[in-house]
Structures are given as C-alpha cells and as structure tokens.
Design a protein around this ligand. Structure first.
Ligand code: ATP
Length: 584
C-alpha cells in the first residue's frame, strides 16, 4: 500500500475526475480563483450541508442567517477591516513582482532558486562551486542578484564565504550573501532589491450604482461573520432565542490575497462557515449562579451548563469543532490544536485556537476558534448608535436578591478586577450597574471554518494509490479516494452486468431510479465491471451495485465495498439500511 498525496498528484486527479478546475481556464486562468466541477460541487455541498446539520439543525440553540455579500461600508469601518485588514506587502524594484513580506522566504525555498541552492548545499558544494553557480545557473534563475550581476559583489561574497563558511549553510543566508544588500531582503523571484513592506488592504472594492464616486464605494465581504453582528438584533427578536445562543452563516468571502498559493488553500474567492455563539459575560454568570466554572474545575464538556464561563465555552467549541472534523473523515492524528500565544492574539481576543492540518505543503490552519469578548457587538453599538444590549430576566431577578451592601461589594470586586487587567474601573462600575438591571452586551465565541480548506484536507486525506494483485496473479494498481460516505460526492453507483439483455438492463435502471431519488447515485453501463469499479474508486463512491441474472430471480444484487473491495449479495432494502446507517 502506497500513499502519494503530493499536491500535484491531488490536483491532477481533481482535474481528471471533475473535482476542481482553474477558473476561466480557456482564457489561461485567473490566479487565486477555482471552480468546482461535477464531483467537486457535490462534495462541497455535502461538507456545507453536514456543517449546517451539525451546527444548526441538530441543536436547539443556534439559528441561521443568509446575508448579502455587499453590505453597508460602515460595517467594515466598525469591524476594523477598513483600517487594519491588511498584509504587509513588498515590491521588487527590479522585476516589479508583488509579494507578502512574511512569505518572502517561503517563496524562495519553494521556488526554483531555493531548490537549486538547496541542492548545492546538500551535496556540500565548495566555494568554487558556489561561485560557479553565480556565473552559470544563477544567471538564468536570479539575474538581479548582485553576485550574479557584477564581479565585485561576487568577490565580496567569496571573501565572506572563505572567512566564515559556517555562517552561510542555509539557503536564506547564502542567498542574502549573494544579494549583498544591507537592509532589505532580496526578491525571491529574481534577486533584486525589495521595497519596505507597505500595508495592502485585502478587501475587494466595488461601486454601488452607476456613479463612480468615492461615496458609492462598497466592499465584497472578507468574512461572513460581520453580517451576523449587524443582524444580531433582528435575529434575537425573531428567533425566540436567548443568550447563550448562536447565529450561523455560511457563504462566499473575498480577500485580495497578495500571493494566492497552495492550490485552493489560499484563494481570493472562497467560502466560509461561521458561527457566532453569544454568551453572558462572566460577571453576569457569577451574579446568577454565585460562581463561574473555569477549566480549572475540569468540567464535563459534553453538555453545556449554566455556570460555564467564557473559557469553558471556548474549549467546548474547540471540542465540538474537532468532533465535526473527525465525523467528516479526518483522523484525529492528522490535525492538531495550536493555542495562540498572548502576543499573537488580537487585542480584544482572550484566546484563539487554530486547528492545523498536515497538508502536503506543511502543517497549516484549517480553521480557528476565537473568544472575542464583547468587541464586535460593542463596536457596532458604538458606530451604529443602536444598543446591542440584551435583557436577561433571570439575571435581573438574581441581582434583585442582593442587598445594597452585597451589591456594593460585588461592584468593587469587579472594578478591582478590571483595573488589575488595565481596564477602566469606572467603566466596570457602569457595566455592573447595567448587570443589576439585567442588561449586558453579549460576549462571543467564534468558530470560523473554510469550506475550501476543509475540502482540500479531505481530498489529501482520502487519496491512496494501492498496489494489488489481480485474480490471475498479475500486478495491478488502483487509485482510491477513501471519503467518508457523508462527504463522498456519489454514494452509490449502479451497473447492469450486461447491456444487451433488456431484463437485466431494465431491472438495473429500476434499482438506479429508486436509489437516485434518495441519494446521489451514478449510472454506468460502459466497459468491463472492473473498469467501472476503478472509475468509482477514483471519485470515492463507497458502494457499487451490479444487477445480474440472479437479481431477476431473487431480487438480490452484488454490492461491492470501495475500501475492502469485497462483494456481498443483498436486497434493495438491506442496501438502503446500510447507506442510511453510514449517513446518519
Ligand atoms: P490565514 O492566516 O491562513 O490567512 P486567517 O487567520 O486570516 O487565515 P480567518 O480570518 O480566521 O483566517 O478565516 C477563517 C477561516 O477562513 C480560515 O481558517 C480558513 O479556513 C478560511 N480562509 C481564510 N482565508 C482564506 C483564503 N484566502 N482561502 C481559503 N480559505 C480561507
């Protein structure tokens, strides 16, 4: 058994079998945009439906939303995207290429220059060989590198190498030496000098209406989450939910990524599945229940409890998300939790966990789960002038049981706590006064996932190239996608054993018509049965049904299992029970 899931192998299968195509391919494609073909769109739909079922339908405390992509631009001012949603970007002064400043070294290592220098270093090349690279291969690969362009720079580099060869044992240090640049990095594409990094806003701009006036500028949303905050009051008023509860939304997002790469991993148009789960501030929980459960209490995370503080809710959602990822078919060993360090957190965030998946190009973010305090709703309250407070009857009743002395003590405790965390004590007192009235701006936990990244991870995980021996003892092989039945684009394929016997053919059509009304089913009557199996293996169809002469007698047909390749005779009812069982 051999697994060869490099990105090239995956992308070629995806093209061949209709999962993913480059957008606008007939015109040479457009960078950072991808289309999902017949198999891809079924699979993507399955991922989204599964997420929706898990996050919304199977719960009583989450409501859905489907908001527009273009919204009032004030939303992006309030959320901070207009001012801060940017990547530092550099331009090469020589070749004019643009790139993200934090990706310069990755681009170098992954590209032809890095590969060529790495090969030299790996063979232990001496100074002569390194200098020869500058006069030979380097001319084509990195023409704007100082040591490639002029003899003086090459001499200076050779002198430095002679003096301290151990300092230049990595691609990065060697390349920097050849560039002979004092304070900037060399361009990873040509060796030229890069400009200082400048912020580049990632939002796509557009104009609403016919007049191209700055007043009519709007943006394609860079995330789905903000619409949830902007519609918080409407959903609250119409969904009969009370805090704690969530609002979920999925849909397209757009980011003008400076360097889209790694296939669909970093695209400019992609889909997100986001949940904003609104909770009481810890101080409200303490007032109501006399205590706040934290992770130090080692709580059972299976069922939410009234006294949970934000920390437990956050961990609860990390566990929920991991459970869903596993249910979709990614084994626990293939992904990990990364807890952002305090200096990596956004200023308002209390904790953020990235779920990282071991992609063929490195271990990278699949999704994130952030505890965002009351930042978002408070920002929209400030910018819109509309109160985002909720009224919590149970909180008001709990507060009413306290006498004045207890209220004063509670107020001062919270004020001292806020002050200890660098926050304003008077603001704390005003906040507690509102709590006594049963009012607060909810805090939020945000699990935010990318549909395309999940799909890429599932494709990488599912791919297997198997070496087999056929019935005659000859070597054989097959490519098989081990998708979980819930995610597989086709659940069942139906074949007539022979095409030219109307009884068998019609019976097979009957079975197919019955199945396809219930599940994504595929009809294939072309070629030997073995070849038909192989075609289904490549798109990950869990079961293949072959209708034969015996079907006419006793109603049973063979059902071939994709993973074990074993065949079993069963009736239509038995097959349906098997499929149902796997899809639940
Ligand atoms: P990254 O650090 O990889 O740019 P991010 O931290 O900016 O991601 P978030 O803003 O937290 O990402 O977005 C939530 C999720 O949306 C990500 O975990 C990812 O699954 C998905 N996502 C974000 N940007 C892209 C993109 N350019 N292409 C595909 N999916 C994306």
């Amino acid at each position: 058994m051999e697994t060869m899931n490099s990105l090239d192998v995956i992308s070629s299968l995806c093209k061949r079998r209709g999962f993913i195509f480059h957008s606008s391919e007939v015109y040479g494609g457009i960078n950072g945009f991808w289309d999902y073909g017949p198999m891809g769109c079924e699979m993507k739909r399955n991922i989204k439906e599964d997420w929706w079922r898990f996050t919304v339908r199977n719960r009583e405390d989450v409501a859905g939303l489907d908001a527009t992509i273009i919204m009032h631009p004030a939303i992006w001012k309030a959320s901070g995207h207009l001012d801060t949603f940017s990547d530092p970007m550099c331009t090469c002064r020589a070749c004019k290429k643009l790139m993200r400043a934090d990706q310069v070294w990755d681009i170098l290592t992954e590209g032809p220059i890095g590969q060529s220098l790495q090969a030299l270093l790996a063979e232990g090349a001496d100074i002569g060989k390194l200098a020869a690279w500058c006069k030979g291969k380097g001319q084509g690969l990195a023409p704007n590198l100082a040591a490639v362009q002029n003899a003086d720079a090459l001499t200076a580099a050779v002198e430095a190498l002679k003096a301290a060869p151990e300092k230049y044992a990595t691609v990065q240090s060697l390349y920097t030496l050849f560039a002979q640049l004092a304070d900037s990095s060399p361009c990873p594409y040509c060796g030229g000098e890069l400009t200082e990094p400048r912020p580049f806003n990632l939002m796509f701009k557009t104009i609403v209406g016919p007049v191209e006036d700055p007043a009519n500028v709007a943006y394609l949303r860079p995330e789905t989450a903000q619409a949830i905050f902007a519609q918080f009051l409407n959903v609250l008023a119409t969904s009969r939910q009370t805090v704690p509860f969530g609002i979920a939304q999925m849909g397209k997002s757009f980011r003008n990524e400076v360097t889209p790469r790694n296939y669909t991993f970093r695209s400019r148009e992609f889909e997100q599945m986001e949940l904003e789960y609104f909770i009481r501030p810890d101080e409200a929980v303490e007032l109501m229940f006399g205590r706040v459960t934290t992770m130090a209490d080692n709580p059972d995370l299976s069922t939410p409890q009234d006294a949970w503080g934000w920390e437990v809710w956050h961990k609860y959602w990390v566990e929920q998300r991991k459970a869903w990822i596993q249910a979709c078919g990614l084994p626990a060993s293939s992904f990990e939790e990364y807890w952002q360090k305090p200096d990596e957190l956004a200023h308002y965030a209390r904790a953020c966990v990235d779920i990282l998946y071991a992609f063929p190009f490195g271990t990278q973010e699949l999704e994130g789960i952030a505890a965002r305090s009351d930042f978002d709703l408070s920002q929209h309250q400030k910018h819109s002038g509309k109160s985002m407070e909720v009224f919590d009857e149970a909180l008001k009743l709990a507060a009413a049981k306290l006498d004045d002395a207890a209220k004063a003590a509670f107020t001062e405790k919270v004020a001292a706590d806020w002050a200890a965390h660098g926050k304003d004590a008077d603001a704390a007192r005003a906040f507690v006064a509102k709590l006594f009235e049963g009012r607060f701006v909810p805090h939020v936990i945000e699990p935010s996932a990318g549909v395309d990244r999940m799909m890429l991870a599932l494709l990488c995980n599912a791919y297997e190239e198997q070496k087999l021996t056929d019935e005659k003892g000859k070597d054989d092989s097959r490519v098989v996608m081990h998708f979980s039945p819930r995610i597989a684009p086709v659940k069942v394929a139906v074949f007539p054993l022979v095409k030219n016997k109307p009884e068998v053919y019609n019976k097979a059509r009957e079975v197919f018509e019955h199945l396809r009304r219930r599940y994504a089913a595929f009809w294939d009557e072309g070629g030997a049965i073995g070849r038909r199996y192989r075609r289904q293996d490549e798109i990950g169809t869990p079961w293949c049904v072959t209708v034969d002469f015996q079907t006419l007698d006793d109603g049973t047909f063979t059902v071939r299992d994709r993973d074990t390749m074993q065949q079993e005779r069963m009736t239509l009812e038995q097959l349906k029970a098997k499929i149902e069982d796997a899809l639940i």
